[in-house]
Design a protein around this ligand. Structure first.
Ligand SMILES: Cc1ncc(COP(=O)(O)O)c(C=O)c1O
Length: 175
């Protein structure tokens, strides 16, 4: 692809990868976010991690939580109604986060959707938070390095190892 803005390029902290499916994309970012927060709060705090999304969000959200070991009781599917055109409101998120913090829980993941499957709602992205441009958490979580995948170009960081950006290992490196 040509002429993408700098933040989409892999030359800095950002970068992009095309995942096999939307569900895989949701899963890999969930794993990365989980590992990042657990490195700070300790592995034993898995039970305290909380995820937020609207009740219009696709069920791949819930599936990603199940695979990532997030406790079902800690998935907050916040009600979005016709007053907001079925979009998640920043007020609802703030309220839920405050309540969870007061209970000693750890908010760690907020999912926003543009074009929900059930109602075509668009969650207000900029109001809900800036999208991270740092890919290191993702790669650190999914990285494996068996002998048969090692190569000089990867070791010298001359290529981008897309196997560390997604679930399939067969996606090879690119410059
Ligand atoms: C908003 C949204 N998220 C996730 C998915 C899941 O997509 P996939 O089947 O590619 O995993 C869909 C599928 O319709 C969707 O509409």
């Amino acid at each position: 692809m040509r002429k993408l803005p700098d933040q989409f390029l892999s030359s800095g902290q950002g970068g992009g990868v095309i995942q096999g499916t939307a569900s895989e994309a949701v899963l890999v970012v969930r794993l990365a976010a989980r590992d990042k927060i657990l490195r700070k709060s300790g592995k034993r705090s898995l039970e305290k991690l909380v995820v937020y999304a609207s009740d219009q969000t696709h069920s791949c959200m819930q599936k990603a939580c199940q695979i990532a070991g997030i406790y079902t009781k800690n998935l907050r599917l916040l009600k979005a109604d016709q007053n907001s055109n079925y979009a998640l409101t920043p007020d609802a998120v703030s309220e839920a986060i405050s309540s969870d913090l007061s209970e000693g829980l750890i908010p760690f993941f907020l999912c926003a959707t543009i074009g929900t499957t059930s109602s075509a709602a668009a969650d207000p992205l900029s109001a809900l938070g800036k999208i991270s441009k740092d890919r290191s958490a993702l790669i650190q979580s999914l990285s494996t390095n068996p002998e048969y995948l090692r190569n000089k170009a990867s070791q010298e960081h001359a290529v981008v190892d897309f196997k560390d950006w997604q679930v399939p290992l067969g996606r090879l490196s690119d410059r």
